[in-house]
Design a protein around this ligand. Structure first.
Ligand code: SF4
Length: 350
């Protein structure tokens, strides 16, 4: 299972709460911003429109295509990308080149381009009721505030709500990989580099806050999840244990597969090549989807993934051989002490 960055597995499965003991508080509806797409088609005199959806919303794609076709002039063709999509790092470049308007749903822009229309699909869920519940886990005083692209439309409301309750709210826009102040991605928590020992994450699922807790183990990360209607504190211990176990297993490895991911926003070419240049037993493997199945036939002792760090940390145990981040690789081969091991983050775009 791979994870979407701004629409996590937990979020994707929200609604199916049969075994969770939780109750869903709201109905989900999304605004696909079809008028904006129609305007772009008219402005550009477009003949072909491409649409790309995150995994959790692919089932809605034919309905959106139907609605759009009704609004568009006859003769404009609407196409749907079947390529897996886990973030704005993951644009269908093949389709992009072959369409006049390319619409990417579900993620905020990682890089602006005239060709692409990003439709973020803001959530309509109310956030303050679950923030009220989260107060029990927060100490009054300084607090960092972060969220995902889906809840960005409520960010100012969240900030004001906390300030009205006496908190000093710290926020920042991380770096150019992030569109908004306070936004986090599964691979980038620069927005949480703030002067506060506690951070409130308001958003669906644990995917983002657990990454945040791994990146900032010194901070208390409180999760107010308005999607699943639950408050928890992010626990990164289990993940860290898994990471140490993988590094230990890889310490005896001789043959290394070094993965360069060809997805447009996941390439770290220099880093991948540097590893290969400095290790005669390392082989550069280029690939798009990094999955256990695709690596199984390679006769390697261990892998280093320079693509999405969350494939490594979250899916790592599913691979047949240890799968490490570049930083973990440095520890496994003895270039760095184990206690300097850090959570892998991704900066920059492409
Ligand atoms: S590289 Fe980052 S933005 Fe892309 S899917 Fe992974 S965590 Fe999300």
């Amino acid at each position: 299972m791979q994870y979407a960055c701004s629409m996590s597995q937990d979020e994707r499965s929200a609604g199916d709460l049969r075994n969770t003991g939780m109750s869903l508080r709201h109905d989900r509806t999304w605004d696909y911003e079809l008028e904006r797409i129609v305007e772009a088609v008219e402005e550009r005199d477009a003949e072909k429109v491409g649409m790309q959806f995150p995994e959790g919303l692919k089932r809605r794609a034919p309905h959106v295509a139907d609605d759009l076709r009704e609004l568009l002039p006859d003769g404009v063709r609407v196409m749907i990308s079947g390529k897996p999509c886990y973030g704005a790092c993951d644009l269908d470049t093949y389709m992009m080149r072959r369409t006049d308007v390319f619409v990417h749903f579900g993620h905020s822009p990682m890089k602006d381009s005239e060709k692409i229309i990003y439709v973020p699909l803001f959530s309509n869920v109310e956030v303050t009721p679950i923030m009220e519940d989260a107060l029990e886990e927060l100490e009054t005083g300084d607090v960092g505030l972060v969220t995902t692209a889906q809840h960005m439309n409520k960010f100012e409301q969240m900030r004001e709500w906390l300030e009205e309750r006496g908190f000093t709210v710290h926020t920042r826009r991380g770096d150019e990989r992030l569109t908004h102040e306070g936004q986090v991605l599964g691979c980038n928590y620069a927005s949480a580099d703030i002067d506060a020992d506690q951070v409130l994450y308001v958003g669906g699922g644990k995917f983002h806050p657990v990454g945040l807790a791994m990146e900032h183990p010194e901070k208390n990360v409180v999760i107010a999840d308005p999607v699943n209607n639950v408050v928890t504190v992010a626990d990164h211990e289990q993940f860290m244990k898994q990471r140490y176990a993988s590094v230990h297993k890889a310490m005896d490895a001789e043959k290394w597969g070094v993965i360069f991911c060809t997805k447009i926003g996941q390439g770290r070419w220099e880093q991948a090549n540097e590893i290969v240049e400095n290790n005669d037993n390392a082989y550069l493997i280029t690939m798009d989807e990094v999955t256990p199945d695709r690596l199984r036939n390679f006769d390697m002792d261990a892998f280093v993934n320079t693509g999405c760090p969350r494939i490594t940390t979250d899916d790592g145990p599913r691979f047949h051989k240890p799968m490490l981040t570049p930083g973990e690789y440095e520890c496994a081969v003895g270039n760095k002490p184990l206690d300097e091991m850090e959570f892998d983050t991704f900066h920059g775009t492409w």
